[in-house]
Design a binder for this molecule. Sequence first.
Ligand SMILES: N[C@@H](CCC[C@H](N)C(=O)O)C(=O)O
Length: 293
Amino acid sequence: MPHDLQFTKGHGTGNDFVLFHDPDDTHDVTPEQVRLICDRHMGVGADGVIRAVRSAAVADGAASLEEDAAAAWFMDYRNADGSVAEMCGNGVRVFVQYLLDQGLASLGPGETLAIATRAGVKRVSRSADGFQTDMGRWSLAGGEPLVRAKQLPVARPGLGIDVGNPHVVVAVADDAELDAVDLAYIPVLDPEPADGANVEFVVPAEPLARDGVGRIRMRVHERGSGETLSCGTGAVAAALAVRHWAGAAAPDDWRVQVPGGVLGVRMFDADDGEHVMLSGPAVLVYDGVLALG
Ligand SMILES: N[C@@H](CCC[C@H](N)C(=O)O)C(=O)O
């Protein structure tokens, strides 16, 4: 049914989203509507749409409530092409800022807010650069597909990493090669993962670690959204991949420079094994109303 969509535009290091709340799951958007909202000429323009729904109102959210009864809000994330994604690392910080701004949640200093996602419960707290999110466990998954991309002179082996959603990280020769890759074209993976993948192109800094911190430059082609200025889960996958390639001497603290800014990634031991923390800013830019046909 046609209705006015009251939305907020926000971003995390330039990865931009249209956010709205639909507490009782009564105003979901169709894939066509998501494509229109995200269209930078015909709509608002965004890399994705984030709907805030009470966890109890949707099956995916109810699953998270079993994991943590405090995870009252479910982050329903859609890519710009209308497809559904399990998780968005930048999005979850912006989602928390949105919940706070709307008076739907509170988060004092030192407190943690549990957010339901399709990749399980993520715990967010305040940090010096904005918010930090415990992204939980990760795994090497998806093998080592060959990556071909426009203006990449040779096919290079990637590393498949699952951080709740699928990624393939590929190291390129140097900054010039990173700048030259044309991500207006979808990178080709061989073999192609069944559910597709976000593809990160990285250049680790030399020397790898200064002051115990590793530094990486990254560009990304996101599944369902194309090239974006940043990808939080991609930054996590990039740091994990570079540490994997570097071996035992590699640090657990990383700064990942993306076209839209800098994200922090830190690996740490938790009760159930190694977790990864992602930190960065969350900015709300403006509110608006869009007539949805
Ligand atoms: N930009 C996000 C990731 C969004 C989902 C991704 N495109 C997918 O399909 O998995 C981030 O910051 O993590």
